[in-house]
Design a protein around this ligand. Structure first.
Ligand SMILES: [Zn+2]
Length: 158
């Protein structure tokens, strides 16, 4: 369950997704938060560089692996505008990060992309727990979903 106190982290993820869009990238943004509630790192999609593995959740997993103890990682939360893809869910689980909170699910994204006539991604869309069964996952968060959907519409309609 997502607490009201967590909404600012999710709003920041949506802002980061909007920044990615402004930079010509796919609109996804994520924030890594420590056990004490401090924002430790944030990032947005950078696949426009040509490297399609540059998802923010993957960058945050690597950031955490390089700088946090296993205990700190397990107690941290990753907030994200869109549910982790299988690659990022695997990276999250391999580095032992804690809970995931997403605004919109992979299932929602897949249906929007289908509606927009976007090409199917090369990797299957799966819920995080299909890839990483031990990770606690919360979402979607309906009050912010429209904003995320609007960003994807803008990206695919230009
Ligand atoms: Zn990903």
């Amino acid at each position: 369950m997502v607490e009201d106190a967590e909404l600012p982290y999710l709003r920041r993820c949506v802002e980061l997704a909007a920044e990615a869009l402004e930079a010509g990238d796919e609109p996804f943004g994520s924030v890594l938060v420590g056990a004490d509630g401090a924002v430790l790192a944030e990032d947005h999609n950078r696949v426009a560089s040509g490297d399609r593995t540059r998802h923010p959740e993957f960058e945050l997993a690597r950031w955490a692996a390089a700088r946090m103890t296993p205990e700190q990682r397990a107690a941290a939360t990753v907030y994200t505008s869109g549910e982790h893809c299988p690659m990022c869910a695997a990276a999250h689980a391999w580095v032992g990060l804690g809970r995931i909170v997403y605004v919109t699910s992979s299932e929602q994204l897949a249906s929007w992309l289908d509606e927009l006539g976007a090409p199917a991604p090369p990797v299957r869309t799966l819920p995080v727990n299909e890839v990483a069964p031990g990770v606690l996952v919360d979402g979607p968060v309906p009050e912010l979903a429209d904003e995320v959907q609007a960003l994807h519409r803008r990206f695919h309609r230009r």
